[in-house]
Design a protein around this ligand. Sequence first.
Ligand code: DSN
Length: 428
Amino acid sequence: MTRLQNSFRDFLLETDPEIFAAIAGEELRQQQGINLIPSENYTYPEVLAALGSVLTNKYCEGYPGRRYYAGQTFADRVENAARERACRLFRAEHANVQPLSGSPMNQAVYLAFMKPGDTILGMDLSHGGHLTHGAPVSHMGQLFNFVRYKTRPDQAGAIDFDEVRRLALETHPKIVLCGYTSYPREYDYAAFRSIASEVGALAMADVSHVAGMIAANVLPNPLDAGFDIVTTTTHKSLRGPRGGMILCRKQYAKQIDNSVFPGLQGGPHMNSIAAAAIAFRKAEETEFQNYARQTLANARALAEALSRAGVTLVTGGTSNHMMVADTIASFGIDGRQAEETLERIGIATNKQVIPDDPNPPLRPSGIRIGTPASTTRGMAEADMARIAGWIVDALRHSADTTRLFRLASEVKELSVAFPIPGFDNLPW
Ligand code: DSN
């Protein structure tokens, strides 16, 4: 990166060594460990530069051409580019790129189309649904009536569409929601679309986890299946900045835009929107398509290696970028112990509830594992086999400190051999 950016680093070291040290420590942590948290990734240096740009100084309430403050020439250019690029990438008729992240993005959709007490049909949280898909502790869970469908463990975790249809006919939802935070199988968009049409509901997909693979056309796009609304965060498999966006058919554009602003949010974060636009353009490149394909291949390789070693995977494997391992069944330790043990050897995963988990969310029965971040660093199938070996070894011998110490040094050796792209060029 430029001397100017390096001098920012020196400048911060001088003016605020406490925060400088925390950022530098995080850089080192990210470089020296293997990140298998399926929702995290390493973004591009250009995205980091845009996030740290002067766009953060600007208030931009409203939309391009209709703002509440002067001085919008360049902000409008940024937001128009982001909207156009998002529409092109996902074959969408309209994009709202202002949601600050995943939760407000989904809230804006619910509030655009539903009144308090209205019904929405979404996945049971322990089967893969997200907090914003109706967790009773969330405000949305209290405001709306979330009805939940489930998967069929006896059918390799397939979604029970007979139940989805029965519940839809019984409860008359305004929205039928598909899209998940911990579901490792295909999303059958056509089946959801047909049920939503039958009951006169909107078909909504939250594709936050799989957006990168959809953008690269290696997983199906719900907009191609006639979905009305698609939401996604921009920082997971898409590799952009933290943020959210809503894609929809033209007929819903006004309702969505009004719901995001002024309905729910104030000033958009134009530095993030610029960074998202950069990521959208990069996602059109062949290199990104190869990346998305490799992410899926790596997940398959990791799941197969874990299964061969006797690990019980929820649904028996994966069809996307993630898997959920039942650590109680496989190793006799809960998800929290498993997460902590793996962290000790430098592998980041996260504790995860399994379908109808008898255990509580902070001590659930499993962990969630995914490949977007390790694939960004260039790891491939052979590396996944080694990583599976370390995971199994560590979780089988979680009390053996000497062994964990040895595994940690092997993990670090592999990890530093795969630098974070642009790591030497980071603006920090
Ligand atoms: N925290 C994200 C995930 O890990 O899936 C969703 O909010």
